[in-house]
Write a new protein. Structure first.
Length: 276
């Protein structure tokens, strides 16, 4: 009975989330302040509900629930909605929040409607350690940072296209400037690279101490190192002037596609990353 109630509450939360995205979209098209306020407060309600579910899971398991793909997807969505609200409060940019919420909504949908067997983590109690916990948490936080870079890249390309075509739409004044979008993009990448690197170092250390049969050439490890190389190369090429701002934004968009591939397909093909 309790599990059924929790499931219904999560479905209600998803509906509220969907309605908030509708309001965000109305505001995006028509620059409607009432729709913006409605979207923001619905997002706040969703955030409170999400946080409540997260705290309940922490109380039950006595740890941050990130040790399975099922749990990791939920925590990733929670981090994104937190970033969304933070950006809206600090920069008064509902569009950045809108795009972040779209990503978060997709991951929340995956979480809620995942098969029931995903509730059973692939990680046994014998493998649960503080090192593993920190490794997974840092990995998810790095993905969140790269998601922010992706959002700012989309906003940059949108503003760039409007300026190029000289289309001064009603919502143009509420979009970030090219400079702000570029700074946001770079800042997110600068954050994501070291966080992912720390996650990899901790993960390799955990595997070395906890597993008897593993290889550093595992598809998930190689893919994660490749992501660091890709994002580092983007920053280097941009700073050296070989990758102009618009191309840099496009490259950031494609790099995030690699993040998604590594998150799901890499985990599927990995020999021992059955928990994420």
């Amino acid at each position: 009975m309790v599990e059924l109630t929790m499931a219904r509450l999560q479905e209600a939360m998803l509906i509220l989330y969907a309605v908030s995205l509708v309001f965000y979209f109305v505001d995006f098209l028509n620059k409607d302040s009432r729709a913006q306020r409605s979207a923001f407060w619905l997002t706040v309600i969703v955030f409170i509900m999400q946080t409540g579910f997260l705290l309940q899971a922490i109380i039950v398991t006595r740890q941050l629930p990130v040790l399975s793909l099922y749990e990791g997807v939920y925590f990733f969505a929670w981090v994104l909605i937190t970033l969304s609200l933070g950006i809206q409060l600090k920069y008064h940019s509902s569009y950045a929040g809108f795009f972040l919420n779209i990503i978060a909504f997709c991951f929340m949908t995956i979480h809620i409607f995942a098969p029931a067997q995903m509730n059973t983590s692939g990680v046994g109690e014998s493998l649960i350690s503080e090192l593993l916990f920190i490794h997974i948490t840092f990995a998810i936080l790095s993905y969140a940072a790269f998601a922010m870079a992706f959002v700012f890249a989309i906003l940059y390309l949108l503003v760039y296209n409007l300026l190029k075509k000289k289309k001064w739409t009603s919502q143009f004044s509420r979009l970030p400037s090219l400079q702000h979008a570029l700074i946001g993009m770079k800042s997110a990448i600068y954050t994501g690279i070291p966080v992912l690197l720390v996650s990899l170092i901790l993960g390799i250390q955990w595997a070395y101490t906890a597993l008897s049969n593993w290889t550093i050439f595992d598809i998930k490890i190689v893919g994660s190192f490749l992501l660091i190389v890709v994002y580092s190369a983007l920053l280097f090429l941009n700073r050296s002037g070989k990758l102009k701002a618009a191309d840099f934004a496009w490259a950031t968009v494609f790099a995030f596609v690699l993040i998604i591939i590594n998150f799901f397909l890499g985990s599927k093909l990995s020999q021992f990353h059955f928990w994420l």
